[in-house]
Design a protein around this ligand. Structure first.
Ligand code: NAD
Ligand code: WQD
Length: 349
């Protein structure tokens, strides 16, 4: 029988791409998502792309903090593992509304862990973030670096990592993969699924994409005085399909008897400046991105990129795509869905 996986937050950006790779890999998938920051159109698109395997996907619109509803799902289905993406992720919003972030991210996860434990499902893959490295003293970031949080969002990731480590220390029956994503960008090459943030995008590539389709007049570059080759911040951008494949590798690793509570960076190991990324997008799209140069954004680090050695060695996973493919696929998605899942051509306006 095929492995059954519960995916929380599976309608979202990284979740939808991962659900697709799971379906294509022959898994049975149950998604729970409250659609707070996503659309169920992504679920339908994933089913379309997955073809015959699309019918192996079941969706429940549900908040993780509705514990009785979560219990019901676990009562009716025996899951081999859970991939937990559901959470709020906007750094700026978390500074303004810390309780919202603590309530959603911490309580949602604690309920999930409690329900998993009471149903004897103790295999978890969790979305952590490179944000737990704060402003790293050196690069590349290895998994052993000291951890810190620069904002409430980052603090939820740090707390949740610690909660998982404590849980494992209390019961070695748990097997947990804490995956620290660097900067996920791009979209599935079909152009049918991609990132569709609500409101004005906080992150670089969704903003660039909205400038390219005429929804924003110009990109503001935050900081031109960093000690980098062109003065702009350097990050490790990773194609979302590579990231999704990293989750399949992590799931496979969960069946290794030696696994306890483990942490892995998912990045490419390459650092790219903001200006390099914009240039790559202009080349891929043929669109000029007007720029406004501004001061640094509070809380931003100068240079962040991953050491990928541990994931390569232990998960046997390595990112395949570079920034050209990331930008090409980002533009393919943007040009086909300029207003995301709500684009007029999708019958939503
Ligand atoms: P996303 O917002 O597109 O997806 C998250 C999904 O979770 C959304 O569909 C949202 O509706 C759902 N959700 C939120 N709270 C929920 C709740 N209480 N109950 C049920 N569903 C809920 O974000 P994403 O970019 O796909 O991120 C997925 C995960 O990866 C998040 O935990 C995020 O913090 C983490 N992460 C993201 C990035 C990034 O840059 N995108 C980087 C590092 C880590
Ligand atoms: C990338 C670079 C900006 C927007 C954030 C979270 C992190 C993780 C990934 C979840 C930086 C610059 C950006 C713009 C710009 N998410 N920039 N103009 O800040 O590396 O990481 O997303 O876990 O926790 O903090 O990503 O895409 O916001 O910024 O110049 O309009 O682009 O200064 O150098 P970041 P980002």
């Amino acid at each position: 029988m095929a492995n059954k996986i519960l995916v929380t937050g599976g309608a979202g950006y990284i979740g939808s791409h991962t659900v697709l790779q799971l379906l294509l890999g022959g898994y049975q998938v149950v998604v729970v998502d409250n659609l707070d920051n996503s659309s169920d159109v992504s679920i339908k698109r994933v089913q379309e792309i997955a073809g015959n395997n699309g019918s192996n996907l079941v969706f429940h619109k549900m908040d993780l903090r509705d514990k009785p509803a979560l219990e019901k799902i676990f009562d009716s289905t025996k899951f081999d593992a859970v991939i937990h993406f559901a959470g709020l992720k906007a750094v700026g919003e978390s500074v303004k509304k810390p309780l919202l972030y603590f309530n959603n991210n911490l309580i949602g996860t604690i309920y999930l862990l409690e329900v998993m434990a009471s149903h004897g499902c103790k295999k978890l893959v969790f979305s952590s973030s490179a944000t737990v490295y704060g402003w790293p003293k050196e690069v590349p970031c290895t998994e052993e670096f000291p951890l810190s949080a620069a904002n409430p969002y980052g603090r939820t990731k740090l707390f949740l990592e610690e909660i998982c480590r404590d849980l494992y220390n209390s019961d070695s029956g748990w097997k947990i993969m804490l995956l620290r994503y660097f900067n996920p960008v791009g979209a599935h090459p079909s152009g049918k699924i991609g990132e569709d943030p609500r409101g004005i995008p906080n992150n670089l590539m969704p903003f660039v994409q909205q400038v390219a389709v005429g929804r924003q007049p110009a990109l503001t570059i935050y900081g031109t005085d960093y000690v980098t080759k062109d003065g702009t911040g350097v990050r490790d951008y990773i194609h979302v399909v590579d990231l999704a494949d990293g989750h399949i590798a992590a799931l496979n690793k969960l069946s290794d008897p030696s696994v306890g509570c483990e942490v892995y960076n998912l990045g490419t190991g390459e650092g790219t400046s903001v200006l390099n990324m914009v240039a790559a997008f202009e080349k891929a799209s043929g669109k000029k991105i007007p720029l406004v140069f501004a001061g640094r954004r509070g809380g931003d680090a100068e240079i962040v990129y991953a050491s990928t050695a541990k994931a390569e060695k232990e998960l046997k996973w390595k990112a395949k795509y570079g920034i050209e493919e990331m930008c090409k696929d980002q533009w393919n998605w943007a040009s086909k869905n300029p207003y995301g899942y709500e684009s007029p051509e999708n019958g939503h306006h």
